[in-house]
Design a protein around this ligand. Structure first.
Ligand code: BG6
Length: 517
């Protein structure tokens, strides 16, 4: 070993000792804590027009405007999980996970979008996947809607049309009826923020530009649709199957840049989180009150005759309130918030900073991942778990997504391991603080179609060769790390994993020593 490497090893051992000491509190996963991996239908299934599958809004968008995705690609084939689902299950087995989160493609199960006709082929596909997982002792966790709306329903107004509340409930009933005997955890709508604020801000399909009105109509409809699907399960299916229902909220953790920005941070959380949480999780229900006032005043000033954010009636408030069995959280990153300076315009990737006059910025001390929106700040997750707990009085929280994007095909993905481990550490610290984090689902099982980033961005524990007809899947080092983790169930031991495995490689050693210290 060269002198340079010896230095790295010493530095590394020092870091590990410190880290073990820091972790020596209690960083074993509590009994019952579940580890899992996640995917979503359009991102992995492919087979976009096989059998009688209907067209989705993503099929339509990328067939008509292919240049919208970074590499001109689409999800026509993706990981071909429609054909390769056995290999997906095998990978979940290799990882030793307790649960696998996937989504049902609405137009694969209901080709017309409506419950008038259920596809036999769609039924067969999801039955195979569910049964295959259960045979291996892996719990299937099902998302009903991960953004692939049937195009026909979009033509009828999509999420801006209040009738979609019934259309979604009909679809949910079909799924509960077909698969409810075997699914114990249902997630209704993945990240409603992306459905509305992304879909009507030309960031995601249907790629419309209608933020002032349609996005807010969508806000109310997604909350009502979730509530209806929850209440239907509660009344008709829970007595039979005793499952649980919630929906994953994406939540950038927002911290005030200075103590003077505390109020701006509250309004920011109301804008991009509570709009999709307060109606369901708060004691009072309805929209977050300060934000509702601000939006009403802005709309009046602009001459709108009606509130753009449609008010809930008291009956609707009561209907939506409390429609959860746990809090499902997709967490990736943190942002700083400050009031805009005089003359400065509010700005952020999502619409709304100009409505509430805030600027969303990065702390320069945080490392960023390859995509500019992604700042790495693990402690933000622990703060956020506390915030959810204290704001809504909820202790049962399931982390339904967390993971690191890279551009490289690199099989030795030390950065991803470090990211996952550091976020898990914050989860375990939160558990030790008394919050019942029920489990952790890594995004993603494998590289997949990352929406408008196409195949340029990778989140996979498994690399996928998108040039091979077999879409060959190869485990990255992070897959080995994760399978070690599912065996040892402690973060203290996984430091030893580093020493024994990852650090055999000089490049990894260097990266790790730098990142750790
Ligand atoms: C989550 C989504 O918000 O982020 C996933 O639920 C997505 O579907 C993941 O793949 C990564 O996001 P992005 O924008 O980097 O592709």
């Amino acid at each position: 070993m060269s002198f340079g490497n010896k230095m790295y090893v010493s530095a590394l051992v020092f870091c590990i000792v410190i880290s073990v000491a820091r972790c020596s509190g209690n960083l074993g996963f509590p009994p019952g804590f579940k580890l899992g991996v996640a995917t979503a239908s359009y991102q992995v299934e492919g087979a976009w027009n096989v059998s009688d599958k209907g067209e989705s809004i993503w099929d339509r968008l990328l067939h008509t405007q292919p240049s919208l995705s970074a590499d001109g690609s689409n999800g026509d084939v993706a990981c071909d999980s429609y054909h390769l689902w056995r290999r997906d299950i095998e990978m979940a087995v290799e990882l030793g996970v307790d649960m696998y989160r996937f989504s049902i493609s609405w137009p694969r199960l209901l080709p017309s979008g409506f419950a008038n006709y259920v596809s036999e082929d769609g039924k067969r596909y999801y039955n195979n996947l569910i049964d295959g997982l259960l045979e291996k002792g892996i719990e299937p966790v099902v998302t009903l809607y991960h953004w692939d709306l049937p195009q026909y329903l979009q033509d009828l107004g999509g999420w801006a049309n209040p009738l979609i509340v019934d259309w979604f409930a009909d679809y949910a009933r079909v799924a509960y009826t077909l698969f409810g005997d075997r699914i114990k955890t249902w997630l209704t709508l993945n990240e409603p923020l992306i459905i509305c604020d992304g879909g009507y801000n030309k960031l995601w399909a249907p790629y419309l530009d209608d933020l002032k009105v349609a996005a807010f109509l969508c806000n109310k409809n997604v909350m009502m649709a979730h509530a209806k699907a929850y209440r239907m399960y509660d009344e008709e299916f829970r007595p039979l199957y005793q499952g649980k229902v919630s929906f994953p909220n994406i939540f950038f953790w927002f911290e005030p840049e200075t103590p003077a920005d505390a109020e701006a941070a509250v309004l920011t959380r109301q804008m991009w989180h509570d709009r999709y949480a307060h109606p369901v999780f708060s004691q009072a229900g309805g929209w977050p009150p300060e934000l509702e006032k601000v939006l009403l005043a802005n709309g009046k000033r602009e001459g709108y005759p009606y509130p753009r954010l449609p008010p809930f009636t008291q009956e609707e408030i009561n209907y939506v309130k409390g429609t959860y069995d746990f809090y499902a959280l997709n967490h990736y990153t943190t942002r700083l918030v400050r009031r805009v300076k005089p003359g400065e315009a509010g700005s952020w990737i999502f619409y709304g900073s100009e409505e509430i006059n805030v600027a969303i910025v990065n702390d320069p001390s945080w490392t960023t991942a390859v995509t500019d929106w992604f700042a790495i700040n693990p402690t933000g997750l622990r703060k956020q778990l506390h915030w959810i707990n204290s704001t809504y009085g909820i202790s049962d929280i399931l982390i339904t997504e967390n993971g690191l994007p890279t551009f490289e095909k690199d099989l030795l993905d030390v950065n991803r391991i470090t990211y996952i481990r550091s976020y898990l550490e914050q989860i375990l610290l939160a558990i030790n603080d008394g919050i019942n984090v029920m489990g952790y689902t890594a995004w993603s099982l494998m590289d997949n179609f990352e929406w408008l980033a196409g195949y340029t961005v990778k989140y996979g524990l498994y690399d996928v060769d998108f040039t091979s007809p077999n879409r060959t899947r190869t485990p990255r080092e992070s897959a080995r790390y994760f399978s070690n983790l599912t065996k040892t169930r402690t973060l203290t031991d996984d430091n030893i994993y580093y020493l024994r495995n990852v650090t055999k490689n000089t490049k990894a050693l260097k990266t790790l020593a730098i990142m750790e210290c």
